[in-house]
Design a protein. Structure first.
Length: 186
């Protein structure tokens, strides 16, 4: 079933939309949640919550790209669950390593000024990633958006794990330089 048909089912409030979504995107969404959370039980909960959020938000929106719409919901839910559980030291997903790697490039302030800068930071991060050569962009996005393990990325792109780690290290340095040149206080 194509995306437009699935979206139509959501708009018609037909419960078959959930089944069609799971059939088409379930494995993809589970991978995203599992990479962040590391727990099969919590992964299932996040994916089910994704379907509920899609069900509740679809009448107000008609997403152009259903996969991107669903993956954003899953990521946000997974990060929220991770943050709640991280305080209790429950999670051992790939996200801990990803956040440690990016800590030098993008700090996470809580104050109001930081919140105001966040939109500008997002624009600059997007510009940085968009300007990367395709292979480096692919590696960067898989690591820092989908939180995939370096070993899996290396295997998928046919490179040694050390080579992918080195590329990511260089990209983080480039990102840091890019942000510093644009006035971000890291």
């Amino acid at each position: 079933m194509d995306d437009s048909e699935i979206i139509r089912l959501y708009w018609e409030r037909d419960e078959k939309a959930i089944e069609a979504t799971d059939n088409k995107y379930g494995a993809y969404l589970r991978t995203i949640a599992k990479n962040i959370l590391g727990s099969a039980e919590d992964t299932e909960e996040c994916v089910n919550d994704t379907y509920l959020n899609a069900w509740n938000s679809m009448p107000a929106q008609r997403p152009e790209r259903l996969a991107a719409f669903l993956s954003r919901i899953t990521r946000n839910l997974s990060f929220n669950k991770y943050n709640r559980g991280h305080a209790a030291k429950r999670y051992n997903g790939e996200i801990s390593a990803v956040l440690d790697e990016l800590a030098d490039c993008v700090s996470g302030g809580e104050d109001t000024e930081r919140e105001l800068e966040s939109r500008e930071l997002i624009k600059e991060l997007s510009a940085f990633v968009s300007a990367l050569p395709e292979k480096k962009r692919y590696i960067f996005v898989r690591r820092y958006w989908y939180t995939e393990p370096v070993g899996k990325i290396a295997s998928d792109v046919g490179m040694a794990q050390g080579s992918v780690s080195k590329i990511l290290e260089r990209l983080r340095k480039q990102l840091k330089k890019h942000l510093l040149e644009r006035g971000f206080d890291l």
